[in-house]
Design a protein around this ligand. Structure first.
Ligand code: FAD
Ligand code: DHB
Length: 391
């Protein structure tokens, strides 16, 4: 099989890239290890930056997003039993975020690709990527089949094969693994607040988010090696109620049937550069951020936007300048987002309980963010997302 761009992975990065390429008249094949059913139901992110919504809107895949997504203009930071609103839009030039499940974005992109006659191959996992130093790389599938292309886009997430196809000596890796994980649930319960609530509590972090007027998304900080089995529903509700309670007793957390439960590790990771010969890494394949900043999906979108532009210059005019600048351009945003995600994470989680000095610094920082407009603006500007690159 031959194509112009072989895209490994049908997550948000791979699917959006193939959509952008098709609009530019460039042919691609998306190779995905899992089934369509699986990728459409994998529950993950929910916060879309303004820039992400803009890209999906401009390229015609946001009709349902605008019908069902929930626009948020503020969020709450809760600590010491009190809530403090950060007025995101007021502080960040009118920009807002939209809460819309990642798997809904994935469904919308798959539908758009199939309607346009795009080639998506499920249960077609890549086993190896070869010939990256030449101009005819090959993606070898587990079935033994080969896909020959001019360029390979490695969009196969953190555990994919693409990054591993780059020789170790050609990559510099930066990494931090945090001593906690998130237990995430979906519950059939109306959201208990109109906005997201990021809670810092002595027992650990808790987050209130949502998916619809009937479904609440909630997260709890848990031990890094925690098993889901250790968290029966009653224990989850009890812990959420304790961590999210306000001192005045005024906050009521709605409970309901829990129909999804999962544990996600917290990690910061960057592999540089994001290119090796004819292979371009995008999204989680190249970098991971801890979920506290709600950035992973948004970074994946920003990467493929820059990559699509480079590929267009390459295929239309044989101009490689944009592709040469791909990694550096993306990494500027990646590192800003790395810092923001690390900052939110260390500010909001329960850190080493044996270090009271750190605990006092953490509390001071939280108080500063809610008291100082300058500090709140820093949070707001990063949270709604920096302007997208000029492409
Ligand atoms: P992925 O979504 O991981 O997609 C990679 C795809 O490649 C997968 O479909 C996988 O099956 C496939 N694949 C793997 N190996 C192979 C192979 N060998 N061959 C073929 N296919 C392969 N981000 C946000 O922006 N906002 C949030 O609010 C947010 N919250 C999160 C909450 C949780 C609990 C988690 C876990 C993540 C969250 N994230 C959030 C991060 C976000 O989900 C990821 O950053 C995003 O999925 C990255 O997209 P991707 O396309 O790069 O990778
Ligand atoms: C959600 C996930 C996040 O990581 C976050 O910071 C905020 C919201 C969510 O899934 O809704």
């Amino acid at each position: 099989m031959r194509t112009q761009v072989g895209i490994v992975g049908a997550g948000p990065a791979g699917l959006l890239l193939s959509h952008l390429l098709q609009r530019a008249g460039i042919e691609s094949v998306v190779l995905e290890a899992r089934t369509r059913e699986y990728v459409e139901h994998r529950v993950r992110a929910g916060v879309l930056e303004q820039g992400t919504v803009d890209v999906l809107t401009e390229t015609g895949v946001a009709d349902r997003l605008h019908r069902e997504g929930m626009v948020h203009r503020g969020l709450e930071l809760r600590f010491g039993g009190r809530g403090h609103r950060i007025a995101l839009s007021e502080l960040a030039g009118g920009r807002a975020i939209t809460v819309y499940g990642q798997q809904e974005v994935v469904k919308d992109l798959i539908a758009a690709r199939l309607a346009a006659g795009g080639e998506l191959r499920f249960e077609a996992g890549a086993e190896a990527i070869e010939g990256l130093d030449g101009d005819r790389p090959v993606v070898r599938l587990a079935s033994g089949e080969e896909v020959r292309c001019a360029v390979v886009a490695g969009c196969d997430g953190f555990h994919g094969v693409s990054r591993g196809a780059v020789p170790d000596e050609a990559l510099t890796v930066y990494e931090r693994v945090y001593p906690f994980a998130w237990l995430g649930i979906l519950a059939r319960a109306a959201p208990s607040s109109e906005e997201l609530i990021y809670t810092h509590h002595d027992r650990g972090f808790a987050l209130h988010s949502m998916r619809s007027p009937e479904v609440t998304r909630l997260y709890l900080q848990v031990a890094p090696d925690e098993e889901v089995e250790a968290w029966p529903d009653e224990r989850i509700w009890e812990e959420l109620q304790t961590r999210m309670a306000t001192a005045d007793g005024g906050f009521l957390l709605n409970e309901g049937e829990i129909f999804e439960k999962g544990i996600a590790p917290m990690r910061s990771f960057v592999a540089e550069p994001m290119r090796h010969g004819r292979l371009f890494l995008a999204g989680d394949a190249a970098h991971i951020v801890p979920a506290t900043g709600a950035k992973g999906l948004n970074l994946a979108v920003a990467d493929v936007r820059v990559l699509a532009r480079g590929l267009r210059a390459f295929f239309e005019r044989g101009d490689e300048q944009e592709l040469d600048a791909y990694s550096e351009r993306c990494l500027r945003r990646v590192w800003r987002v790395q810092h923001f995600s690390w900052w939110m994470t260390q500010m909001l989680h329960r850190l080493d309980v044996h270090d009271p000095f750190e605990a006092r610094l953490q509390r001071s920082q939280l108080e500063y963010v809610v008291r100082s407009e300058a500090a709140a603006r820093t949070l707001a500007e990063n949270y709604v997302g920096l302007e997208l690159e000029d492409v």
